[in-house]
Design a protein around this ligand. Structure first.
Ligand SMILES: [Zn+2]
Length: 249
């Protein structure tokens, strides 16, 4: 049994911001091994075991881990408290690519396999936020909306997790034009767009200080042993996650 490999970004606050990799789970085949997604091709029992292992490693209550049904939109949901679905029903979450909560101990989890998991926190309160940001969500404004819901962006920090890099993400001219129009020409790299650079632009445009935004980096498609990538592997691949919560004082 391999150990979990987690990427934790120091926040300097009570918030903890963690990104997962493929290592340390029980899923097999294209889902090997720490698949945290909800693809029905991976048996539910394995998904539950992976999620339980993650919670045990992090010392958090799976009954207080919340997710949203990710629809590549800009909707943000204020989460009052957990409902057990992380290990329970697995799938039937309310829509929401963005989530925020003010409740210490409530963890927000977003999934990705090329799309960016983005985690946010505030220095002055226990409020935290999380967003799933692919190209559609970025253009739709999911990060600005999540930062707005978090509040006081000047007091906020953010971590942009692993996603697909411009090395592996050629897109249509329409998408490139939408990115250039929204975030500036610098986020277009040849035939590709740079999701992480666009995410930073969006967060800074929302008022979060540039120096308070951390980009984890790495390209999911370039690292098959470490990350899931939908662009690389297509359907039948797993999902890594970003998870954020404030530890109770
Ligand atoms: Zn790459």
């Amino acid at each position: 049994m391999s150990a979990l490999e987690l990427i934790e970004v120091p926040t300097g606050t009570a918030a903890r911001a963690v990104f997962t990799t493929r290592a340390g789970g029980v899923s097999e085949g294209g889902f090997t091994s720490l698949n945290l997604g909800n693809d029905r091709q991976d048996p539910d029992a394995r998904i539950r075991e992976n999620r339980a292992r993650l919670c045990a490693e992090l010392g958090i209550d799976p009954g207080r881990v919340c997710m949203g049904r990710q629809v590549h939109g800009a909707g943000v949901r204020e989460v009052p408290d957990g409902d057990g679905g992380f290990l329970g029903h697995l799938r039937d979450w309310p829509d929401g690519d963005g989530m925020v909560t003010a409740t210490p101990g409530v963890a927000l989890a977003v999934l990705g396999a090329d799309c960016l998991p983005v985690l946010l926190w505030r220095r002055d309160t226990h409020r935290v936020g999380a967003a799933h940001a692919g190209w559609r969500g970025l253009v739709a404004g999911v990060l600005e909306a999540t930062a707005r819901a978090l509040g006081s962006p000047g007091e906020a920090g953010a971590a942009v997790g692993p996603g697909i890099g411009p090395c592996c993400y050629p897109v249509s001219g329409e998408v490139r034009d939408a990115f250039a129009g929204r975030f500036g020409a610098e986020v277009v790299v040849g035939e590709a767009v740079d999701l992480a650079a666009a995410a930073r632009r969006a967060l800074v445009a929302a008022g979060i200080p540039d120096e308070a935004v951390v980009t984890v980096g790495g390209c999911t498609a370039c690292a098959p042993g470490r990350f899931y990538s939908y662009r690389r592997d297509g359907a039948g691949t797993g999902r890594q996650a970003g998870i954020v919560w404030a530890e109770a004082a």
